[in-house]
Design a protein around this ligand. Structure first.
Ligand code: NAP
Length: 293
């Protein structure tokens, strides 16, 4: 079977074009330019790459952006004070704190310190609660991006069996909620699996839609996938590869080469979920401005 490649790169470019038009419209109405800030703690290579990509995406759509770079040994109290400054800065419409944070900082405390009206990553308990109640809110950026990919490719979801691997607060759990909601893309029967799940392969083989956020390179193999399934790969792993200029290659949680031929739709890594996460962040920032006005 020749699968349709679900190109997050393509969909995200289309979304960015739409956002750029919306920004122009806002400006013509005299509304301020949307402004996204990103807080980066420490020098983790992957985090720096993600944050830089977010800042670059802001430029592309005409947003203002601010990068707040902090030392890895910053105290929790000082980081919370930086967050309070961003909460109180009326020019900043939304901001994110790039995760993971150094071990001495409590990520939950930091997440909860972000003002819910600026929580464009959608990780705050208020955002997650509103998502559960199907109220207008900032949806968590990665699951939101995945729903937009499914929508763009008109992938049928109603009545389908969706299996999610991984139950993290930022990906797997909210993903399972969105796929079960009473609207498109949703209305799935959802199975949420995790490290205590027994007979995982039996469950994944029954999936019409398989969303993989386990954080293990090439974990999902062809024998775990049903013929004709839709497979969305959330994982990103930098694997050392001396033959490349960058010194590494990117792999997902799915063994793409052997799984793809069984699928109706499959998202690649890179160029799949990653760019969609950034597009969702921009959409949430635009929403923050719209809600304010
Ligand atoms: P995480 O917090 O490490 O969660 C992993 C989940 O997988 C946990 O729920 C864990 O179960 C489950 N798991 C572990 N081993 C398992 C097994 N053998 N069988 C079934 N489930 C198992 O990871 P995450 O933050 O959700 O991220 C997952 C991956 O997505 C990572 O590679 C991350 O880098 C990537 N990611 C990509 C984007 C993007 O924009 N593309 C965004 C976010 C994350 P327990 O709960 O029982 O421990």
């Amino acid at each position: 079977m020749e699968p349709t490649i679900v190109s997050g790169k393509e969909v995200s470019n289309k979304i960015k074009e739409e956002i750029a038009i919306a920004v122009e419209k806002l400006k013509s109405k005299g509304v301020k330019t949307p402004h996204l800030a990103a807080v980066l703690v420490g020098e983790d290579g992957a985090s720096r790459t993600y944050v830089n990509a977010k800042v670059k995406a802001c430029e592309k759509v005409g947003f203002n952006s601010t990068l707040v770079k902090l030392e890895s040994d910053i105290s929790e109290a000082d980081l919370l004070a930086e967050i309070e400054k961003l909460n109180n800065n009326s020019d900043i419409d939304g901001f994110i704190v790039q995760l993971p944070l150094p071990n001495h900082i409590d990520e939950q405390k930091v997440t909860e310190a972000i003002a819910p009206e600026k929580d464009v990553d959608g990780f705050h308990p208020v955002s997650l609660g509103k998502m559960l109640l199907h109220l207008p809110s900032f949806l968590p950026a990665t699951p939101y991006g995945i729903t937009e990919m499914l929508r763009h490719y008109n992938i049928p979801t109603e009545g389908k069996h969706c299996v999610v691997i991984g139950r993290s607060h930022i990906v797997g759990s909210p993903m399972s909620v969105l796929m079960a909601r009473n609207s498109y893309p949703g209305n799935c029967t959802v199975t949420l699996t995790h490290s205590r799940t027994q007979n995982l392969a039996e469950i994944t083989k029954a999936a019409d839609i398989l969303i993989v956020a386990i954080g293990k390179p090439e974990f999902v193999t062809a024998d775990m996938v049903k013929e004709g399934a839709t497979v969305i790969d959330v994982g990103i792993h930098r694997i050392e590869d001396a033959s490349r200029k960058s010194g590494f290659k990117l792999l997902g949680d799915v063994k793409f080469d052997e799984v793809a031929s069984k699928c109706a739709f499959i998202s690649p890594v890179p160029g799949g979920v990653g760019p969609m996460t950034i597009a969702s962040l921009l959409k949430n920032t635009l929403l923050a401005v719209e809600l304010k006005n």
